[in-house]
Design a protein around this ligand. Structure first.
Ligand code: C5P
Length: 232
């Protein structure tokens, strides 16, 4: 599987996201659609962006009882997206059910990626509120292994964890990594960041890049720079 840059299209509505995508004269970037845009515009925005020739990572982070997740995944597979995700905390039973639901009658399915612990959850909160009494990185790696054993395709993680995930789960297990910034750009609210070039060296399979591209003065130039540094 080739490395690629996924553009996090965190826009409030259809008009803004299509205006952004219209700026690309040739390329069809891989697009991440998150909760904000999906809840605002519904499945129609997914169909519209797909019809324009983009691949789509639908970032809805499902987490519910296995039967509900299975049915929801069946609906998402019919939307013809390329990648979807769920919370590994939903257990192996939920992940297995998700895979079943996602698989189309012809045997094909979108890639299924697990979120381990959200990067917004600190070890202190995990211990104090979730009552998980283990080091955070141990929990992240255990959840990644659960996802791999359940047959998922990869995890969302920090680029800094990508090598460790590959060591534990195999090199074919995908690492999808946000928290990417150019060496000379603003870090914003991301605490631990990596450049596209460094993410490639550590072994990320996909980098998810939002504001460094979407808020750039010249988004097309920023996207091209990202591809150049990450894909080569
Ligand atoms: O704008 P920026 O490059 O920080 O966007 C990163 C994208 O990746 C956002 O859509 C954010 O929600 C998502 N993300 C993240 N960290 C995670 C999981 C997802 O930044 N741990």
């Amino acid at each position: 599987m080739g490395r690629d840059v996924i553009v996090a299209c965190d826009f409030p509505g259809k008009e803004e996201v299509l205006r952004f995508l219209d700026r690309f004269p040739e390329e069809k970037p891989y697009v991440k659609i998150g909760m904000e845009l999906f809840y605002a515009e519904g499945p129609a925005i997914v169909r519209e962006i797909k019809a324009r020739g983009h691949r789509i990572f639908l970032d809805l982070k499902l987490h519910d009882i296995p039967n509900t997740v299975k049915s929801a995944m069946a609906v998402l597979s019919r939307l013809d997206v390329d990648m979807v995700n769920l919370h590994a905390a939903g257990t192996a039973a939920m992940m297995t059910a998700a895979l079943e639901g996602l698989t189309r009658p012809d045997g094909t399915r979108p890639l299924l990626i697990a979120v381990t612990q959200l990067t917004s959850t600190s070890e202190e909160r995990m211990r104090g509120e979730l009552l998980i009494d283990r080091p955070l990185d141990e929990v992240v790696m255990a959840y990644a292994k659960n996802a791999a054993q359940a047959g998922l395709d990869g995890v969302v993680c920090s680029p800094l964890e990508a090598a460790k995930v590959h060591d534990a789960c195999g090199s074919a297990f995908l690492t999808v990594t946000p928290g990417v910034r150019f060496a000379d750009s603003d870090v914003g609210d991301q605490a631990r960041v990596t450049t596209p070039e460094r993410a490639r060296e550590i072994g990320s399979d996909y980098i998810v890049v939002g504001r460094p591209i979407t808020r750039a003065e010249d988004p097309v130039a920023a996207y091209r720079r990202c591809v150049r540094e990450f894909v080569g």
